[in-house]
Design a protein. Structure first.
Length: 357
């Protein structure tokens, strides 16, 4: 995992997009109670997602009993799937203004509803191109906007996705949230086409997002409350040896040790060192770009490793008003699981150490 912004997802539903063959026939309706497709075996990766959407009437098969999972998904059919999944009003819509569609076409209401909501757009020539295949870049945008995924802050890892591309942020968001992944570690193939099977899994995964986000957000709120407690540690003589204070205006946790040895050691009882965190599902912590440190198996060893990683970043500043040794803007990342959902949370941390006498 790389440092990035907020992320929430169901690990079991991590997906990828792929190319396929062209859809040329309109899907036929099917009885939801007896749906089966002869080309969708139970061991197909996307079987559950396809059947889920088919049973709800969001996806349909063909008159010959096939679903054709590997066929390319057209923009018109993608609009239907997404509009129905989102529960949009496809009847009371405003004309989206695309010159190549009209209200007599079967997909008009779906396209208009999505366009009215701001989830999709057409091309510079004023067309929508309903029969063109959906690309990975287009899919990234519409899924990101429609299901309101948490925005990414990680660097763009793909050499074939320019940082100036209109879809770069949508791609980063989908990848960071594990809605999809690259074709390789460094390529995304934004112009490749999306198949009917992959879109089914995308939609089911995205529908689960609200539930997943609630679990993650509630857990992360509890974690943040623990980490950001204003704590003070005193020694046996009542002297303050360490303190943690959170500044919400800068979202920064400042940890201060008032002596080199006793104070630094006392920091292990503060902030993200708290013993309350594993109970919330936190399993690993990373300091900066360092290795993940497991904080469950051996708490005392883990605390020492975390402390050492931070202490290694200390430097003597020219202005010692905040400490004789200072390390500011340390990115600390907490990883874990809650109710089967993977999450991570980030903190900006300052470490200030006064040498003492």
């Amino acid at each position: 995992m790389k440092n990035s912004a907020r992320k929430s997802f169901l690990s079991a539903l991590s997906l990828s997009l792929a190319a396929g063959a062209v859809v040329v026939a309109a899907p036929a309706s099917a009885d939801a109670a007896t749906i089966s497709f002869k080309d969708v075996p139970t061991d197909l990766d996307h079987h559950a997602s396809i059947m889920d959407l088919a049973e709800r009437g969001i996806l349909q098969g063909y008159e010959d009993g096939t679903f054709r999972p590997d066929e390319k998904l057209t923009r018109a059919h993608a609009s239907k799937i997404l509009a129905m999944s989102l529960g949009l009003d496809t009847t009371n819509v405003k004309d989206p203004g695309f010159k190549d569609i009209n209200e007599n076409q079967w997909y008009y209401g779906y396209v208009a509803a999505l366009a009215n909501a701001g989830y999709l757009s057409g091309f510079e020539d004023g067309t929508f191109r309903p029969n063109a295949p959906m690309t990975r870049a287009q899919t990234a945008k519409i899924l990101d906007l429609s299901y309101k995924l948490p925005k990414a802050q990680a660097d763009n890892p793909f050499t074939d996705v320019r940082n100036s591309a209109w879809y770069v942020d949508h791609v980063r968001t989908l990848v960071e949230n594990k809605v999809t992944k690259g074709k390789t570690a460094t390529t995304f193939e934004p112009n490749a086409n999306v198949t009917r099977a992959h879109m089914a899994s995308f939609v089911v995964r995205s529908e689960n997002f609200e539930k997943v986000a609630k679990i993650v957000n509630e857990t992360k709120a509890q974690i943040r409350a623990i980490v950001n407690e204003n704590n003070v540690i005193e020694n046996a003589d009542g002297e303050k040896v360490a303190q943690a204070a959170y500044d919400p205006t800068t979202d920064t946790l400042t940890m201060t040790a008032y002596s080199l040895e006793e104070g630094v050691k006392a920091i292990q009882g503060l902030g993200f060192f708290s013993d309350k965190l594993p109970a919330l599902g936190v399993s690993d912590i990373r300091i900066g770009d360092g290795d993940l440190i497991n904080v469950v198996e051996n708490r005392e060893v883990a605390k020492q490793q975390l402390q050492d990683a931070m202490v290694d970043m200390l430097e003597a500043p020219s202005d010692t008003s905040n400490g004789d040794l200072v390390a500011d803007n340390i990115k600390v990342t907490l990883f874990g699981h809650s109710e089967g959902v993977e999450f991570w949370e980030y903190f900006n941390v300052n470490l200030h150490v006064f040498m003492g006498e």
